[in-house]
Design a protein. Structure first.
Length: 78
C-alpha cells in the first residue's frame, strides 16, 4: 500500500462553452460535495487527508484546467 497519494479533482464549472472569453465560474456546491466524497472514500481506504492545493492552468487558448490537488497519507492506525 502506498504511503502517500495525490489526487487531482477537476473543478466543475457553470459555464458550458470552452470558447467563452469570460472566466469560468466554478460550481462551488458540487466541488464541495465531490471533495467530501473523495475524502470519505480515502478514509475508508486507510488514508488521512493532509492538505489541498488549488490549480489553475491555461495556455491562453481553449486549453484550460481548474481543480484541486488533494494530498493523503497512509493512516498510522492501519
Amino acid at each position: 500500500m502506498k504511503k502517500v497519494k495525490t489526487v487531482f479533482l477537476h473543478a466543475p464549472t457553470l459555464s458550458k462553452s470552452d470558447f467563452s472569453m469570460k472566466r469560468r465560474q466554478v460550481n462551488g456546491d458540487q466541488l464541495a460535495r465531490e471533495t467530501q466524497a473523495l475524502i470519505d472514500e480515502m478514509e475508508i481506504d486507510g488514508y488521512d487527508f493532509t492538505f489541498a492545493h488549488h490549480i489553475i492552468s491555461s495556455n491562453g487558448t481553449a486549453s484550460y484546467s481548474e481543480g484541486t490537488l488533494l494530498y493523503f497519507k497512509l493512516s498510522e492506525k492501519v
